[in-house]
Write a protein that binds this ligand. Sequence first.
Ligand SMILES: NC(=O)C1=CN([C@@H]2O[C@H](COP(=O)(O)OP(=O)(O)OC[C@H]3O[C@@H](n4cnc5c(N)ncnc54)[C@H](O)[C@@H]3O)[C@@H](O)[C@H]2O)C=CC1
Ligand SMILES: C[N+](C)(C)CC(=O)CC(=O)[O-]
Length: 324
Amino acid sequence: MTAVPPREVTRITCIGAGVIGGGWVAHFLARGYDVTAWDPAPQAPEKLRRLVDAAWPALTQLGLAEGAAKDRLTVAATLEEACAEAQFVQESAPEKLELKQQLLAQLDAATPRDVVIASSTSGYPMTDMQTQAAGPDRLLVGHPFNPPYLIPLVEVAGGDLTSERAVAWASEFYEVAGKSVITMNRELPGFIANRLQEALWREALHMVANGEATVKEIDDSITEGPGLRWAFMGPCLTFALAGGEGGMGHMLDHFGPSLKSPWTRLEAPELDSALRDAMVAGCEEAAAGRTIADLVAERDQGVIDVLRATGRLPGAKAERKAGS
Ligand SMILES: NC(=O)C1=CN([C@@H]2O[C@H](COP(=O)(O)OP(=O)(O)OC[C@H]3O[C@@H](n4cnc5c(N)ncnc54)[C@H](O)[C@@H]3O)[C@@H](O)[C@H]2O)C=CC1
Ligand SMILES: C[N+](C)(C)CC(=O)CC(=O)[O-]
């Protein structure tokens, strides 16, 4: 059997059915696929069904694909049974390198040739994980965000031995399956989003460890601050607006030197002219013709929408107080 085209996939196998594997199962069921899951833990089938039941109301609100049903889930008794008829495999086993290496080799042996096998790993490069597989060319990373049935992003990256065909196939498949895909042109430990999240996380841990800020202060500083902007405009375009009408160019000229001040414990990159120009050009590209004024209007409307959606509009707060 060879790989079916991404649009013709009907059967998906999910290996590992914890937080992320279970979330993938819920997502694929809601998109109308037949899903087979396998997890070695004795309680896994019940836990998985509870997770899918809990996710289903949200998925129903978002809109189920035609024919989507929870009873299109099968829990297999063995890994081999789970993979025998797979048209795509998503691995979500624990984040241990040796376990992933062995498991991916087993999955490769059990899955029809050419069928793509993706790992949900949060940060291991596929080059390090595909070492024991006889057919490493169809192994790649498909890194989701929790919960995979609500957060659209998947980061796709191949390893040194992964074929371009497999990467292209997976990127198209995830799009067809309702995800928002970033296909990386090289392997980075932590990919893009986790590398960014880890930088924030590292500083949060420093602050807690040193008694510099509480967990609540750190969380509030994001949910009441930059997080409201990040839900719809990334950190680069958001900072371009910090430069006012001068955009990213003025922002870098104004605040660039403070990169060297001790706002962060991380080693800062040299802000040379090549980096400056790349940032300015990247922001212009991301703005896709929108002026600074357009972006300001978009950001402001977005913040209002997020506040409304999360019940934090000043009016909503007043109503809650009045009713309490
Ligand atoms: N938890 C998160 O927020 C995210 C996790 N990930 C990645 O997803 C993967 C799974 O993480 P979680 O779901 O959080 O872990 P988890 O601990 O919730 O689930 C792991 C599951 O794998 C099963 N398992 C144990 N040994 C296995 C084996 N040999 N073969 C197959 N399954 C096995 C366990 O029984 C368990 O149900 C990891 O690679 C992790 O880095 C990716 C994105 C987000
Ligand atoms: C905590 N985590 C590193 C496993 C998180 C992720 O990998 C992605 C996410 O859901 O934020």
